[in-house]
Design a protein around this ligand. Structure first.
Ligand SMILES: [Zn+2]
Length: 239
């Protein structure tokens, strides 16, 4: 639909282009991932100021022409997330969250729940930069992204034979937990790690459960290998 368009958006990436322009990758509620060019943005008197930077939540004016690259016509700040920029851990968590969204949701398909999840993560990081960047929160965010992408791991019973348990392993190929009889091609997953996956998916992001480093490593392996098998997407590690 060519013409003007107004949307909220989170800036995922912002790249220099030519003398004075920037190319942005933004994530929007109804248009998924959008690429747009902002012209003249690096001139000192640009009307966009410094707000076309990663992690800004904006209300964007865009013009859609025939190209896949839209043109930015206006930008108002909804939230700058200034506090998270002052904390290296929070900055790293925000960068990895935006990277994971960009890789798992790289099309125009609308996923308003992913936009909301990303906004919640950035708001938590901004409100409590040290606490919210904790590895357990990063893992809970990634598990919820898998759910939104349609690759949520099956955690209720053995995904292969349907037995309730005991659960001994996780099979990335089968997409869930498996029992001892079905664990070919799976990696070991104990009760503590299984419980973390269930809790992290079930609770709000603000109440992500605590976990040991070992459990978090297993949970990240679940996320990375599930995304690879079912989404054919290679994610960076959570931390
Ligand atoms: Zn089984």
């Amino acid at each position: 639909m060519p013409g003007p368009l107004t949307t909220e958006a989170v800036v995922l990436r912002s790249m220099r282009y030519g003398e004075a322009d920037r190319i942005l990758h933004v994530y929007t509620p109804m248009r998924g991932r959008v690429s747009a060019i902002a012209k003249g943005v690096r001139r000192s008197r640009s009307r966009f100021g410094g707000r076309l930077e990663p992690f800004f939540r904006l209300r964007l004016g865009l013009h859609e022409g025939r190209s896949e690259l839209l043109t930015v016509t206006g930008a108002e700040t909804v939230s700058a997330h200034a506090r998270l920029r002052e904390d290296p851990d929070a900055l790293d968590a925000a960068a990895r969250a935006c990277d994971a969204v960009g890789r798992l949701f790289d099309s125009a398909e609308p996923h308003p729940e992913v936009f909301n999840l990303l906004c919640t993560m950035l708001a938590l990081l901004d409100a409590d930069p040290a606490g919210a960047a904790a590895p357990a929160r990063r893992l809970a965010f990634r598990l919820k992204l898998l759910l939104a992408a349609g690759y949520a791991p099956q955690l209720g019973a053995c995904v292969t034979c349907g037995e309730a348990g005991p659960i001994t392993a996780f099979s990335p190929a089968a997409g869930g937990v498996v029992c001892g009889a079905c664990e070919a091609g799976a990696f070991a997953l104990d009760a503590e790690a299984h419980a973390f996956l269930v809790d992290a998916l079930g609770r709000p992001l603000a109440q992500a459960p605590a976990a040991t480093a070992r459990v978090l490593r297993l949970a990240d392996r679940v996320v990375v290998e599930t995304a690879e098998h079912h989404g054919h997407v290679r994610l960076r590690a959570a931390a």
